[in-house]
Design a protein around this ligand. Structure first.
Ligand code: ADP
Ligand code: TPW
Length: 597
């Protein structure tokens, strides 16, 4: 913790009328006093928080300055939503809550989408927003950026807190941290009214008010009975399957999960962000036979994955059910930290409630040495499907059409990721997402970061910046041209901080594809198409980064290799066939279309 010294004697920054007013109200701290700014910074540092993602303005400008001066890394964004996404994925990568700092009302609202997305995805983050004067807000007298932020945040996050007095900052931060990372992780809102920051209290008392949170995410040991029940089911299965979700990746129990998979010999499917938890090339991966193993399996163990829409709710045709609502007859084991997740969509025959690290350890301890491998008919059938599908894909990937398409471009990305397994792969779009997920193998845990549970567009640059900052490594972002547009201005942020991010836009001139026309023949373009052959690479050049337009796989390969070799911010505008792409990618079925053509 930063020591309280005479250097604390400073007048709060007064950049505008409201800041000045609050500054006058709270007399400048004396040598024996500490103010809200410093208490907050010290509270964060005390808990190992070393990075803040945010966007300055009233009333938090001075907080960003003082945080930077204190040694915290402050990453300033161009839009709060991107700072929020960055904070959330930093939380996912580090198991420490990512901090997003915003101004009041509009800044807060801009950050709120990311907070809701974090909660939905079980990413630990804290949205810290300055807010306006309580008395005026509560009487609705029209304050500067007036809004009852706490009430608005509540339904969108795991917990929301407001701190009114400097001596409670330590408690507020401690509660927010505990709430973010304990149990099922999620988004937390911390409301800090402008008046709090310049409030000064006795320095010694302030120091004592801070809390270093002890064991913020305590292990949760599953009961022996629940583990035995799960193993009994698994042991007697004829066609067992394990599904690994991003909860399993988050848990950082990589070695034990691999041992469990390999000891049991059970085929597994990684959900999108669990790719690489074991290398995608692992012989037990059934990813290339997904549509075969889901309906054919008889016992399925979910580890950190929910039976939500991404798994067709555990029923219907995907699972061998006779109709969309019919269950397929599988028995399910669900390993999850949330005691209320089981039975949310279909019956869970063996819930194992606990943290994944402890649950997997407990399973390994009970499995012992004489585990019977799954029947060879099951493994052989999967192997045969895999071989067929892999051969079919290899044939498609070897083609070199003009113009380039998703496959010929992603064949290059696949090689580049194989050669750079430590690089983070950020991915968004529709076709750009689905094809990348199925074509590009991942080799290490928590390297693939994508649109997650909501299929949200806009995470691209925020996730890339956070991965480069907290992951301290090369980032490759594979972006649909529409997807990129949601956060594209953050290429300035990437250049400003000199981050090793290589953005590849798979540019097909529109949302999903770019060849639609306005049926009226009028001058407006069709709603799903963009400016033809847009030069996105110039956006990166505008801020001093490298921009390259490519039209062939060879050019794409060279541009990506150069980017990774140099570590320079690079945007590769990969022009692909504007007719390539399906409406909504793989989830066309969820897209209602008018019956009358
Ligand atoms: P995916 O989208 O990859 O299928 P989900 O986000 O649906 O994954 O599911 C993640 C699950 O993991 C959530 O139900 C969450 O409660 C659980 N989870 C997150 N962290 C842990 C942990 N440390 N231990 C156990 N379960 C966890
Ligand atoms: C916040 C709806 C899903 S996918 C997509 C949109 C707009 C873009 C698809 O085009 P793109 O990719 O990126 O060019 P490609 O490869 O298919 O051509 N707003 C939000 N989230 C979502 N999911 C949407 C809109 C959508």
């Amino acid at each position: 913790m930063e020591t309280v010294t005479a250097t604390r004697k400073e007048t709060p920054h007064a950049s505008s009328a409201p800041d000045t007013a609050s500054a006058r109200e709270a007399s400048a701290p004396s040598t024996q006093e500490i103010d809200g700014f410093h208490l907050l910074i010290d509270a964060l540092k005390e808990n190992g928080i070393d990075t803040i993602f945010g966007l300055p303005g009233i009333p938090i400008s001075d907080l960003t300055r003082k945080a930077q001066a204190s040694g915290i890394r402050v990453i300033s964004f161009r839009h709060e939503q991107n700072a929020g996404y960055a904070a959330s994925i930093a939380g996912y990568l580090t198991q420490k809550p990512g901090i997003c700092l915003t101004v009041s009302a509009p800044g807060f609202l801009n950050g709120l989408t990311a907070l809701a997305n974090a909660t939905t995805n079980c990413f630990p983050m804290i949205l810290v927003s300055g807010s306006s004067e309580r008395e005026i807000v509560d009487l609705q007298q029209g304050d500067y950026e007036e809004m009852d932020q706490l009430a608005i945040a509540k339904p969108l996050c795991k917990a929301a807190f407001r701190v009114l007095h400097a001596e409670d900052i330590g408690i507020g931060v401690a509660r927010a941290i505990r709430a973010a990372v304990s149990g099922r992780p999620g988004g937390i809102y911390l409301d800090l009214p402008a008046k709090l920051f310049p409030q000064a209290i006795d320095a010694e008392a302030g120091k004592h008010s801070l809390i270093k949170v002890v064991d913020p995410a305590p292990r949760q040991i599953p009961s022996n009975e629940s583990v035995a029940r799960a193993l009994e089911l698994l042991k007697n299965a004829a066609r067992p399957l394990i599904i690994l979700g991003k909860g399993a990746a988050y848990a950082q129990a990589d070695a034990d999960i691999r041992t469990l998979i390999e000891k049991t010999g059970i085929p597994y499917l990684p959900m999108s962000m669990a790719k690489g938890l074991l290398p995608d090339t692992h012989e037990q991966s059934a990813a290339a036979a997904r549509s075969f193993v889901l309906p054919e399996s008889d016992v399925v163990m979910l580890i950190g994955a929910r039976l939500n829409w991404l798994l067709s709710h555990g029923k219907g045709k995907t699972w061998g059910g006779a109709s969309p609502k019919a269950w397929g007859g599988q028995k399910f084991i669900q390993v999850d930290i949330s005691p209320t997740e089981a039975d949310s969509n279909v019956r869970i025959d063996a819930p194992v409630v606990g943290d994944i690290g402890s649950c997997v350890k407990a399973m390994l301890a009970q499995i012992g040495a004489n585990w019977r491998q799954p029947p060879s008919e099951w493994l052989d059938a999967i192997g045969e499907r895999k071989r067929k599908n892999v051969a079919k894909m290899a044939e498609t990937l070897s083609k070199n059409p003009t113009p380039m398409n998703f496959h010929s471009a992603l064949n290059v990305v696949r090689d580049i990721v194989k050669a750079n397994p430590d690089a983070y792969l950020v991915n968004e779009g529709a076709n750009a997402l689905d094809f990348t997920r199925s074509i590009v193998d991942m080799y290490k845990p928590r390297k693939r970061l994508d649109v997650g549970t909501w299929g949200i567009m806009g995470i691209g640059m925020g996730f890339s910046i956070a991965a480069a900052v907290v992951g301290k490594g090369q980032v490759i972002a594979i972006e649909g041209d529409s997807a990129f547009g949601f956060s594209g201005m953050e290429v300035e942020t990437i250049c400003r901080y000199g981050l090793p991010v290589c953005v590849v836009i798979l540019n097909n001139n529109g949302v999903y594809r770019g060849d639609e026309v306005n049926p009226t023949g009028g001058p407006d373009p069709a709603p799903l198409v963009f400016v033809k052959d847009a030069r996105y690479e110039k956006l990166m050049e505008a801020f001093g980064g490298v921009g390259v337009q490519v039209t062939t796989p060879d050019e794409l390969r060279k541009a990506m290799e150069d980017a990774i070799r140099s570590g320079k911010p690079t945007l590769v505008n990969a022009m692909i066939d504007e007719g390539a792409g399906t409406e909504s990618g793989r989830i066309t079925g969820l897209n209602p279309t008018a019956k009358k053509k």
